[in-house]
Design a binder for this molecule. Structure first.
Ligand SMILES: Nc1ncnc2c1ncn2[C@@H]1O[C@H](COP(=O)(O)OP(=O)(O)OP(=O)(O)O)[C@@H](O)[C@H]1O
Ligand SMILES: [Mg+2]
Length: 377
């Protein structure tokens, strides 16, 4: 079961539209999907259950009962939307939970424990987060191993990305929980030079650690949500349909890569291979070596290094170069599978944008990069 949080503390960047439509397209591909609404605004709930009337039980009840030590299962809250697609609804009452649960030990694990109870019933759990970083978002991040960060180019700022990455850092530092993060450009209107420049900027700074799919501005997406249906059930011939279908395909491709290799470790191949460019250099075998760009954003850091089995985990020559707060190192690698980690001011960490990881003997996770053989033709 894959668990994906759709998260950004910025409001109105497309979290809910992404949660609804990604879930719906995955369900169309015969995956069993649960969308958990963790936003007291209840927009995902309204966007899927508008016709059905207010739900009898919501995430608020689940949190309250679990906090009181009573047995409360997600199953009791879940409503079926259509084949393969369920929703765990929320409404405004959920906004009382952070205050109500203040000081309660273990309050950040309630969602993760609840989701553990439906493991086996779903292939995907998608969690729509509220536009702030509080107890509800923290619950979502602790419950998920992947995160999609929708980014509206008009609000884009590297500062914004930095802040968000800090949240993931805090999570990892405080709890040891790591989460693979990928950005998704949303509300894209290619008509203005500004939007194009911003989208290019995102690609540049994230070095392919974003979805290739870009979600274009499509008024039909908003219309569909206001009618309480995903785009797939509202309008077949519009860019909103095309784009969210493409996003689901990208998510499913990661699944295929995972199955092919028999482990979770290659989910990120698509990303990392796109960060590698052909290198007809002198290294043998010349025709198949790749320049792999290692990059990590750490504007506050004084020193960042990258180490892996490709340099025998050797500190010598591992220093990365800072460019506008992003640290970079280009390494030419022959085809193969490599483990690596970053060291940011002496602190080891895995690559926050690479979902491909493997446990190491020291209790941490190494990131994995695969340089593929060039196929004939
Ligand atoms: N690609 C798009 N094209 C056109 N309108 C969109 C698109 N994506 C989202 N919208 C509209 O923009 C608004 C904000 O989108 P959405 O509710 O998904 O954002 P959000 O990040 O969940 O917001 P919040 O932070 O308040 O939860 C909504 O009115 C939605 O219908
Ligand atoms: Mg929302």
């Amino acid at each position: 079961m894959r668990t994906i949080a759709v998260v950004n503390q910025k409001g109105g960047c497309g979290k809910t539209i992404t949660s609804i439509n990604l879930s719906a397209f995955l369900a169309r591909e015969q995956r069993r999907v649960l969308l958990v609404d963790m936003d007291p605004q209840g927009h995902a709930t309204l966007g899927l259950l508008a016709e059905a009337g207010p739900p009898a039980r919501t995430m608020y009840d689940l949190f309250l009962q679990r906090a009181a030590g009573q047995p409360a299962a997600l199953r009791d809250v879940i409503r079926t939307v259509r084949d393969n697609l369920d929703v765990a609804p929320a409404d405004i009452l959920l906004s009382a939970i952070p205050d109500t649960l203040a000081g309660l030990v273990g309050r950040e694990n309630i969602l993760s424990d609840a989701i553990a109870g439906v493991r086996g019933s779903y292939d995907y759990v998608v969690v729509d987060c509220p536009p702030n970083v509080g107890l509800l978002t923290f619950n979502a991040l602790k419950a998920c191993s992947e995160a999609i960060v929708p980014m509206d180019p008009s609000f884009f700022s590297l500062h914004g990305i930095g802040k968000l990455l800090e949240t993931f850092d805090v999570l990892e530092k405080e709890t040891g929980h790591q989460i693979a993060v990928r950005a998704l450009v949303t509300l894209y209107s290619g008509r203005t030079a500004f939007a194009k420049a911003v989208a290019d900027d995102i690609r540049h700074h994230l070095y392919g650690r974003h979805f290739e799919t870009v979600i274009r501005y499509s008024v039909k997406l908003a219309e569909a949500a206001s009618h309480g249906v995903p785009i797939a059930h509202y309008c077949r011939w519009c860019v909103g349909f095309e784009d969210y279908q493409a996003l689901a395909t990208e998510v499913l491709l990661q699944e295929a890569a995972r199955a092919e290799n028999g482990s979770v470790s290659v989910e990120g191949d698509a990303i990392l291979v796109s960060a590698a460019v052909d290198c007809p250099g002198p290294l043998a075998p010349a025709a198949t070596s790749k320049e792999v760009v290692f990059a990590i954003e750490a504007p506050q850091a004084a020193q960042v290094q990258v180490m892996g089995d490709f340099n025998d985990w050797n500190l010598e020559g591992s220093d990365m170069e800072p460019v506008d707060g992003t640290w970079k190192k280009v390494v030419t690698l022959p085809p193969g599978r490599y483990r690596y980690r970053y060291i940011v001011d002496g602190r080891w960490q895995r690559d926050p944008f690479n979902v491909a990881v493997e446990p190491n003997p020291y209790g941490g996770l190494d990131s994995i990069v695969v340089v593929q053989e060039k196929r004939a033709g």
